[in-house]
Design a protein around this ligand. Structure first.
Ligand SMILES: Cc1cc2nc3c(=O)[nH]c(=O)nc-3n(C[C@H](O)[C@H](O)[C@H](O)COP(=O)(O)OP(=O)(O)OC[C@H]3O[C@@H](n4cnc5c(N)ncnc54)[C@H](O)[C@@H]3O)c2cc1C
Length: 393
């Protein structure tokens, strides 16, 4: 495995870091942010800055307006962007759009790319990915998928309920996962459908009151009632939905690790500064072993996360199936990053629990990562099952 960075990635990293520091950090206190992320006006303003800096949509091919980075290049740039919660918005690499663009680039037909990928890559529209359902439907166990797609002539009729759907409010495109029966024209299974979110048959029932507050549009409960989707708007092939979900999820888990690693670095920097200057019992608190050890543990968790991301990125760049590696990376990073932010808050004392530093905000944003993109217990279970089956690691 080669750990050296190509010269152009090094230059891009420096440009991104400078851009985040000089142009994006000043927006962190902007009042146009609410419990459901930045307002549309602020989002567009940030995207305009990203565009002007030539940093927009780095993960998508140049033919669609991106920078065409490989996964290792993304690891570096996404981490730099994640230093601010607004960085991924400015670079057009925030979830769920970033992973939806990746899925479209990999699976969609040209006409779907023209219609949806192009404006997404330009930051002109937003999208959502609707898979999870309230109990007893699909959650940690996707096989419980209960939203149905019934074929009638040349279209499908979709009925069901979804929840926790990030960014649905204000999205133009919905990628909807539904279960279809075998009907002689295609196999039974799960299928992904592309639908405009303003189509008749889609109702956003409510926006959930969530712990995290950084995602544009928040997380929605959606009802699908007689939604008609033409057969031509199936993403890829009928019955292949679960396979495509893995095409989306293996890299999507890793890009969450990349962005949140940037956030963990930020929390650690804030805490280290405080530990150097704040004194207690006659010396800077960082010189007390209890605090010094927390700072050292932060350094180790950050390094471990970076190495695991890099290793998984390398596997993906070889074109290999990285389901197992992305499970390992998701668990290792989500827990290491969480520990870094938690320790940083502890080092900051009462200040850490207030809005006077960014750390409290990062603390709220990062906790759900142990649940989404597959709860960590399910990943551990999958890792253990593989070990029991193959007897190797
Ligand atoms: C902030 C956020 C954003 C999200 N965005 C989206 C989105 O855009 N689109 C979308 O479709 N979904 C989204 N989700 C949903 C997310 O993917 C699910 O929450 C996740 O898959 C878990 O499903 P569940 O919440 O139904 O948990 P449940 O299925 O109810 O599971 C509850 C708990 O049971 C435990 N558990 C389950 N199975 C096992 C097992 N085999 N072994 C041990 N323990 C187990 C785990 O601890 C798990 O956390 C989002 C969730 C959050 C929190």
């Amino acid at each position: 495995m080669d750990f050296s960075l190509p010269e152009e990635i090094n230059t891009l990293k420096e440009r991104t870091e400078r851009f985040i520091r000089d142009k994006i950090l000043p927006f962190e206190g902007d009042p146009r942010q609410g419990p459901h992320g930045p307002s549309e006006e602020l989002r567009r303003e940030l995207l305009a800055l990203g565009r002007e800096a030539g940093l927009l949509t780095p993960h998508i091919g140049r033919e669609w307006g991106g920078l065409g980075l490989d996964t290792r290049g993304m690891a570096v740039i996404f981490e730099a962007a994640g230093y601010s919660p607004l960085g991924p918005v400015a670079l057009n690499i925030a979830a769920p759009d970033e992973a939806n663009m990746h899925l479209l680039e990999k699976i969609a037909e040209e006409r779907h790319k023209e219609r949806w990928l192009l404006p997404l890559a330009r930051g002109e529209i937003r999208s959502c990915f609707a898979m999870t359902e309230p109990p007893p439907g699909a959650g940690a166990d996707p096989s419980l998928l209960s939203t149905t797609a019934r074929r009638e002539k040349d279209y499908f009729v979709i009925d069901g309920r979804k929840w926790l759907i990030t960014g649905a409010l204000g999205a133009d495109l919905g990628i909807v996962m539904a279960r279809n029966e075998s009907d002689g024209m295609g196999p039974a299974g799960a299928t992904m459908f592309l639908s405009p979110m303003n189509a008749e048959g889609i109702t956003i029932e409510r926006i959930l009151d969530s712990l995290d507050q950084g995602f544009s549009g928040g997380h929605a409960v959606i009802r699908f009632e007689g939604l008609k989707v033409p057969e031509s708007e199936v993403l890829g092939r009928v019955g292949e939905g679960f396979r495509y979900a893995q095409v989306r999820l293996a890299p999507a888990r890793l890009t969450h690790c990349m962005r949140w690693l940037g956030a963990a670095c930020r929390a650690h920097h804030v805490a280290s500064q405080y530990a150097r200057h704040r004194t207690a019992f006659g010396k800077p608190i960082g010189e007390h072993e209890g605090v010094g050890f927390m700072l050292a543990d932060n350094e180790m968790d950050i390094l471990t996360s970076r190495l695991v991301i890099w290793q998984t990125a390398w596997v993906l760049d070889q074109g290999l199936h990285a389901r197992h590696e992305s499970s390992l990376a998701k668990v290792i990073c989500s827990e290491a990053i969480w520990r870094v932010v938690d320790r940083s808050m502890q080092i900051l004392g009462g200040l850490g629990t207030t809005g006077d530093t960014i750390v409290a905000r990062l603390f709220r944003e990062i906790r759900p990562f142990r649940i989404y993109d597959g709860p960590n217990e399910v990943h551990r279970w999958a890792i253990a099952r593989r070990l029991m089956r193959t007897g190797t690691h």
